[in-house]
Design a protein around this ligand. Structure first.
Ligand code: BTN
Length: 258
């Protein structure tokens, strides 16, 4: 096997009962030189963060809240959250036989509800990438009432999905294995393989009508997959667009032309 000189993911794990955000804790460790592959895992986050400045509710003992220090050579990180989604998907299949779908770019979806999410944050020193913190949040043993009321209709946990308790440690060891596998593909630049796998397990099907919100605009069009940079491809009435940062807010069924 090609040696890429990284420490195995999950070989070194810092476990804490409670922290503000595992991404912040891992960030501090990375700045102090902690090795690639090191994980910060906690039972509860008091200031868990989601994408786009949102809060990530992290009920004590109910979920997996973890962050991994990565030090990839490439500066382009856009495929990394997608790669992590694929790893979580494989780990869930192998450890609990749950099949999830991936919603571009960060969401982990089970039967149209949110099971988890990924928060990938890169730190640069000038032009050089110094490290990346890959944060993963997964709802494991939440009951409906453990979710804040406003999210109850859109959120799900593994326990709600399979109606039994989940062995978190078994799930974690599969997760390290799968993250290791997919991260190596990412490092080797296997962009097509990552893109194709992501498209295969996406919640959207090719030709489906979607509505997308970027910082500046609201776009309606047809889902055309993702490109080799992990950008979302949307065909509007005028032209095909490639979007790096956006949120798909509405799905309206397959277009007649698509
Ligand atoms: C999202 O779907 O918006 C991303 C959620 C990411 C949550 C995880 S939990 C562990 C890590 N620490 C954080 O503060 N956030 C991520």
């Amino acid at each position: 096997m090609l040696s890429l000189g990284i420490m195995k993911i999950g070989q070194k794990i810092f476990r804490t009962e409670s922290c503000a955000s595992t991404n912040d804790a891992a960030q501090n460790m990375a700045l102090q030189g902690e090795e690639e592959g090191t994980v910060v895992l906690c039972e509860e986050q008091t200031a868990g963060r989601g994408t786009k400045g949102r809060k990530w509710y992290s009920a004590r003992g109910k979920g997996l809240y973890l962050s991994i220090i990565l030090r990839p050579r490439q500066r382009d990180l856009s495929l990394l959250p997608l790669t992590a989604g694929l790893a979580v998907r494989d780990a869930l299949i192998e450890s609990v036989n749950v099949f999830i779908q991936l919603k571009w770019p960060n969401d982990l979806i089970y039967e149209q509800k949110k099971l988890g999410g990924i928060l990938c944050e890169g730190s640069f020193m000038g032009n050089e990438l110094s490290h990346v913190i890959l944060g993963i949040g997964l709802n494991v043993s939440h009951r409906r009432e453990d979710f804040p009321e406003e999210f109850r209709s859109q959120a799900v946990s593994l326990k709600l999905a399979i109606k039994r308790e989940v062995n978190k440690e078994a799930l974690l060891s599969k997760l390290w294995e799968m993250l290791d596998f997919w991260y190596r593909d990412f490092l080797k630049g296997e962009k097509r393989q990552i893109m194709k796998a992501y498209e295969e397990f996406s919640v959207f099907s090719l030709g489906e009508r979607i509505e997308v919100e970027t910082e500046k605009e609201h776009i309606k069009g047809e889902y055309k997959g993702i490109d080799l940079r992990g950008q979302l491809l949307v065909r509007t009435q005028e032209k095909q667009r490639s979007l790096l940062a956006a949120e798909v807010i509405q799905v309206r069924g397959r277009s007649k032309e698509g």
